[in-house]
Design a protein around this ligand. Structure first.
Ligand SMILES: O=P(O)(O)OC[C@H]1O[C@](O)(COP(=O)(O)O)[C@@H](O)[C@@H]1O
Length: 265
């Protein structure tokens, strides 16, 4: 699966990945703004929205609900993850095997790599095993490429984000999920660095409708293939409204202004 090519987790070569692994990564505090979102079923229902091309969850949330949603949702199995209770150098436990995810019916796998961490070498080796198993099972591979660690002072520097995008290509991911580096030009640099791998922008903490949509518009103008987003959708009172607007910006090439006007949020 190369940038622009279609797959089980893209539409017309573009993607909106709805991420819901926050209960593990950040803890239930991320659900406080809209308490119903602690109920996974609320998010599974949201993942059936036509804008969403894949839903990224950990094993437990997939096992409990995916059988009821398999006709309506593409499953992106997030294989590794660590809680916020972990205080060590950035690392991520591999909690789910590719084979088990494939048996459940996953369409793609997701894997976090903390380039720059003292654990980078082991994480790259774990990714090698996962990437090769995913190829055997014909599953897409998305890397959450997050440079992080005691030696890295600024994990959103343009050169660092371009490097993150390149790591995903070099190690065999189909899609690099990277943080927005602050400008369209810097995002373009990351897209260039990723070569044939697609780049999706990571949503980040919640901002205003307009700021968020303008950032997404700029990432798309820079050549990104879409977005992977959690809090900027599920922490809103009207998550369907922002998904409607994202669908306009990502699939219909609308500007943020046009999307806001069409959707009326
Ligand atoms: O490690 P960080 O930067 O706190 O964020 C990790 C979270 O961000 C994501 O990558 C994307 O979610 P958000 O859009 O809410 O940032 C999640 O999959 C993950 O839980």
């Amino acid at each position: 699966m190369r940038a622009g090519a279609d797959s089980a987790i893209t539409r017309n070569g573009k993607s909106i990945i709805l991420a819901y692994d926050h209960g593990l990564e950040h803890g239930p505090t991320d659900f406080d703004p809209v308490p119903e979102t602690a109920d996974p079923e609320v998010l599974w229902d949201l993942a059936t929205h036509s804008a969403v091309t894949a839903f990224a969850v950990q094993k437990g949330v997939a096992e409990a609900y995916y059988p009821s949603y398999e006709d309506d949702v593409s499953l992106l199995a997030k294989l590794n993850g660590t809680s916020n209770l972990w205080m060590g150098e950035p690392d991520s436990a591999v909690n789910w095997t590719v084979e088990n995810a494939a048996d459940l019916g996953a369409d793609a796998i997701g894997f976090t790599l903390y380039g720059g961490s003292n654990h980078e070498v082991e994480m790259q080796e774990e990714f090698r095993d996962v990437q090769e198993a995913a190829r055997d099972e014909d599953l897409g591979v998305v890397m959450w490429s997050y440079p992080r660690g005691q030696g890295l002072k600024n994990d959103k520097k343009p050169g660092t984000i371009a490097y993150a995008a390149r790591l995903a290509l070099e190690l065999g991911a189909d899609i690099a999920k990277v943080k927005y580096p602050g400008s369209e030009e810097s995002m373009r640099r990351a897209v260039r660095a990723a070569g044939p791998a697609g780049v999706v922008m990571s949503g980040g903490s919640k901002t205003s409708d307009r700021d968020f949509l303008e950032t997404v518009e700029s990432a798309m103008d820079a050549g990104a293939q879409g977005l992977a987003v959690g809090r900027n959708v599920f922490q809103r009172e009207d998550p369907e409204g922002i998904l409607d607007a994202l669908e306009q910006v990502i699939f219909e090439e609308a500007t943020a202004d046009e999307a806001l006007e069409t959707v009326g949020i």
